[in-house]
Write a protein that binds this ligand. Sequence first.
Ligand code: PEP
Ligand code: MG
Length: 580
Amino acid sequence: MSTSTAAGDAATGHTPSTPDGARAVLHGFGVGRGAVVGPVARAHPAPRADPEAPAPDDADAAVVRVEEAFATVAAALQARADAAGGTIAEVLGATAMMAGDPELIGGARTRVRGGTAPELAVERAVDEFVTTFRSLGGYFAERVTDLVSVRDRVVARLLGLPEPGVPALAEPSVVVADDLSPADTAALELDKVLGIVIEQGGPTGHTAIIAGQLGIPCVVQVVGASALEVGEVVAVDAAAGTITRDPDDDVRARVATRAAGLARLAEATGPGVTSDGHPVALLANIGTAEDAERAGDGVEGVGLFRTEVLFLGRTTAPTEDEQAATYGRALAALGGRKVVVRTLDAGADKPLAFVTRSGEENPALGVRGYRLVRTAEDLLRTQLRAIGRAAAETEGDPWVMAPMVATVEEAARFAAIAREEGVGTVGVMVEVPSAALRARDLLGEVDFISIGTNDLAQYTMATDRLLGELADLLDPWQPAVLDLVAAAAAAGVEAGKPVGVCGESASDPAMALALVGLGVTSLSMSPSAVPGVRFALSRHDVARCQEIAAAARAARTAGDARAAALALVEEDVREVLALA
Ligand code: PEP
Ligand code: MG
């Protein structure tokens, strides 16, 4: 997934509908760079239970109806998960599991036995969970949409109403909704969905992730989207994060030019290279073996395999055999191309029942990522053995790296364990300021580093990466973040070792140029972002990339840094990619 940059978001997000000439323009957070024009279709609203609904005559029969409704919804979601693949299957599978959650169903059952109508009992039981999840914040708060989706489906079933979500589309349309659950998004008729506009949601929510994965232009948190009427024509521009009502010929022409330009870019599949022939590997971020199978020829390999996806939602770790099979599939899909496998990054925003400690006051600063080795070294060794086995079985080329490494001792220890377990190329992620500042020492112990700018921004700016309202502080153009990236990249240049970037910032074409100027050797991102970055690289030489980096670093604010960089980006690149 790529979102418009935080600087752009800060400038455009959450402003009310504003006139643009005679056109009303709504603003939100864009996901991807696409632009489309089309008529609005609306999702079926969620059903609401009547708060005055009478108690059931036969409580036992009502309990059975509730249990059946949950079971039917869970089975339908699981069937869709099985039919889908990759991230979508993971997301739908997680929602299906929620629909089968014994505590959730138990809460509804108890209420029915206490004299509450079945649909009201379901609503109240789920809403209690919603309140708890919201108060927990972070990963749990992001799952509220999944819970609500389960609630609405079960209530609709009990009331005999149509399933909430998007109805069958008569023509290619822009789907508009208050919120769209991941289940709704995954159920969309893709050949008829031009774009997605959501009033609520967040740029890191599941719906945005799925839309990004599917390459559908999407804008979330659009204030005023509820005013859009069925059938009215809108232009959706994900790069700008805008929705233009009743677009005139100029707006339509701009969208058509952009869409044609992006389609042309998507056809290119060659390696990343600057205009003067300097290679910069363009790699994919993946979470599953299916993602690897879908990554296609447009990428030179995988720069970040987030293996925790294989561990999420489970009560025990996957076995060595199971892991070896998954890693083997990913390596085989890449057919000898490089695959950087990140060892388990559990904790904080990615809690795992069987390793994450409960009760930490600051989980993002706690025992997470590589630090789990302190209490669960076996988990790491098993994973590394599985990666080594997968390499031997597929003749693949896995590199491994550890997340959240903060000291040279940790880097040295990780490298030793990885080599003992049979993995050849070993690196660490640079996500903590201490690692960036002392990257030279780290590179004395490992073969490569990969900069995770999502966490590096979080820890440099002391800002929770899941807090949309602080997105301006998380902006990777923040001068302090740029300084740390520069320090890490310089250490790589000095050591003559590869330095990748695998955070979201690598998918911003202007930032990608700055990173290359700083000495970064590979860029890893959602595969849908690769064509834009490849195009930007092809139109600038290394000297210009260095000028861009220097101009950005000379600025005092994130906004100024981005503006200074953009001023040096070729005009055709700015136009086709809508970089403003
Ligand atoms: C990062 O922190 O930039 C990164 C790539 O890792 P993740 O987003 O999975 O934490
Ligand atoms: Mg990270």
